[in-house]
Design a protein around this ligand. Structure first.
Ligand SMILES: [Zn+2]
Length: 169
């Protein structure tokens, strides 16, 4: 399970849905990939956005093979900003869901920089990976039964995005 950041400062969080669309367009139009490179993206307030299907191998502009990797990306540039607690908690939720769903140990959590020449996911986030605290948070969640994942569609999804964009949540 490999953790990334988008390397684009997110502020305020109301911009998050537009940023996710922007990353998707960039990955498809400029990179020539099939979809957003990652399986999930998490914003600063802990909202989780679905990227490419988990059944599809991710993509990367760096020199590692993401085949078999569950790719979760935090929206923001953590070389320039601190990662909010709500975002870390949601990252742990998504990783715990992945660990439980696919039978993968939390000890497999790594930062992108562990696989390729990049600073991703940033000096403000990577220490939580290297010191094992993110792994511990994921293990606690898996032990407690792991979070469920429900995908919002249609009106419910439209309303959720509108609430995020209006800064209500
Ligand atoms: Zn990365």
């Amino acid at each position: 399970m490999t953790v990334h950041h988008t390397a684009a400062v997110l502020s305020p969080n109301s911009q998050a849905p537009a940023r996710v669309r922007q990353h998707q367009r960039f990955h498809i139009d400029d990179r020539g990939w099939a979809d957003l490179a990652y399986h999930f993206i998490v914003d600063a307030n802990g909202h989780v956005y679905e990227g490419r299907p988990v059944s599809a191998v991710g993509d990367t502009g760096t020199n590692y093979d993401p085949t078999g990797h569950f790719l979760v990306c935090a929206e923001g540039d953590f070389n320039k900003q601190a990662i909010p607690a709500a975002q870390v908690a949601a990252m742990a939720d998504v990783l715990a869901w992945g660990a439980a769903t696919f039978g993968v140990a939390a000890s497999t959590i790594r930062g992108h920089r562990d696989w390729a020449s990049t600073s991703c996911p940033g000096d403000g986030f990577y220490p939580l990976i290297s010191d094992g605290s993110l792994q511990s948070a994921v293990e606690d969640r898996v032990a407690a039964g792991a979070p469920s994942l429900s995908v919002l569609c249609g009106d419910a999804a439209t309303q959720r995005v509108a609430d995020i964009e209006a800064g209500r949540i």
